[in-house]
Every structure is written in C-alpha cells, then in structure tokens.
Write a protein that binds this ligand. Sequence first.
Ligand SMILES: CC(C)(COP(=O)(O)OP(=O)(O)OC[C@H]1O[C@@H](n2cnc3c(N)ncnc32)[C@H](O)[C@@H]1OP(=O)(O)O)[C@@H](O)C(=O)NCCC(=O)NCCS
Length: 205
Amino acid sequence: MADQGRNSASAEAADSPYPAELTTEWPLVYGRSITVRPIRADDADIERRFLDGLSPRTRYHRFLGGGISVTPEWLARLTNIDYRTHMAFIATTLTGGGEDMIAVARYIRLAEDETSAEYAVTVADAWQGHGVGRRLMTMLIAHARGAGVRRLVGEILGSNAGMLHMMHSLGFEVHHHPDARELRLATLELRAGDPPASNDSAFAG
Ligand SMILES: CC(C)(COP(=O)(O)OP(=O)(O)OC[C@H]1O[C@@H](n2cnc3c(N)ncnc32)[C@H](O)[C@@H]1OP(=O)(O)O)[C@@H](O)C(=O)NCCC(=O)NCCS
C-alpha cells in the first residue's frame, strides 16, 4: 500500500516548499466548489476526521482487509510530505464547521526504483460514485507523468469491483498478484509525451 512503504516524514519534507500553484477548484452547483490541492503538514486533523468517517467497507477496501491504527506519527507521514518522492492531492469542501476532506489520492516512489511509484485513492462514502475518484486519479497520473514517474502500481482487493473498474477504464493493466490470491496489481506505464490517461469530463459533481 502506498502509505505503508518508505518513511516520507523526512527532513527533506520539512524543507520542501508547498506547491500552491497546483491548487484548483472544481465548480459544483449553487456556486459551491471542491478545492483540490496538495496536502499540507497542518492537514493532520482533517485527514484524521476523514479516516474516522470512512465506513467499514471503504476502510476494508482501502486498507486491503487489514486494520489500521491512526497514530499521530502515521498522520504525520501522510501529511508532511516532500512533494517529490511522495505526492498527495486532497479534495476538500467548505462546511459550516470549516474545511472537510472528501477524497485523497497519493503516490509514493519506490525506494529501490524512483521511476516507479505506488498509488492509493480514497473517496468519502457520501461522495463515491460522482466522478471524484476518477478525476482525482487523472490529476495524480498527469502529475506523476510530468514529475518523471514512469510506472504507477497499486494493490487492489479482487473483491473491489468499483476500484478495479475505475483503474481499467483509466487504462491500467490489471493482473493477479503473484504473492497474494486475494489481490490484483493495477499498473500503468507512463511516457512523457503520452496523452492524459482519460479526459476528466466524467466528473458529475
Ligand atoms: C474506488 C473509489 C476510489 C472510486 O472513486 P469514485 O469517486 O467512487 O468513482 P467515480 O465516481 O469516479 O467512478 C469511476 C468509475 O468507476 C465506476 N465505479 C465506481 N464505483 C463502482 C462500483 N461500486 N461498482 C462498479 N463500478 C464503479 C464508475 O461507474 C466509473 O466508471 P467509468 O469511468 O467507466 O464511467 C471509491 O469508490 C473509494 O474510495 N472506494 C473505497 C476505497 C478504495 O477502494 N480505494 C482503493 C484502494 S486500492
């Protein structure tokens, strides 16, 4: 899983400038919008609320059937990133209570081969099925390609029909995992000049 690998809460992360220019707005109806931006070190609280709010089924799919314990150290690794070996985009909305995280997509380069990266994506239950996951993954793929990542790879439960469908329709090749019967590996090879994996017009927000 992308967030279980290399420890990205490095000294390098603390020195990395925040890439604010990658922030975008996705308009919704009634003048509302979704903000999509790179995650920041001070997002630990909204990330924790986001994880706490996930249904058991979404957690099961996201964490490949395993449990997670949301410790401050783990939250720091998810949020205090260097934007180079570890990149994460979050989608947020504004509510009466402040900013709420509704989705996250991230990749982490493999320590042994920095041109390859593991990805993960999660959409809050209430927002699933509205195009957010597809659009966020499309953005992550485009960013990875521009940053020199040449291969994206992720582990997905074989029972996770929605994710398998989405990755397939984004152009990923899906194969059985060589070491775990219950898992699939979804891989996309990237080249610098390739067109986007898909257009993002599917967003139905
Ligand atoms: C999988 C997930 C990221 C998809 O995000 P989403 O915003 O719900 O998906 P979208 O609305 O963007 O739909 C993308 C595509 O998947 C399809 N899809 C979504 N959920 C589906 C489901 N349950 N069954 C079948 N297809 C599904 C959509 O029809 C759409 O197809 P298209 O691109 O051919 O039009 C999201 O449902 C999620 O967070 N699930 C739980 C966590 C998880 O499984 N993460 C992946 C761990 S590896």
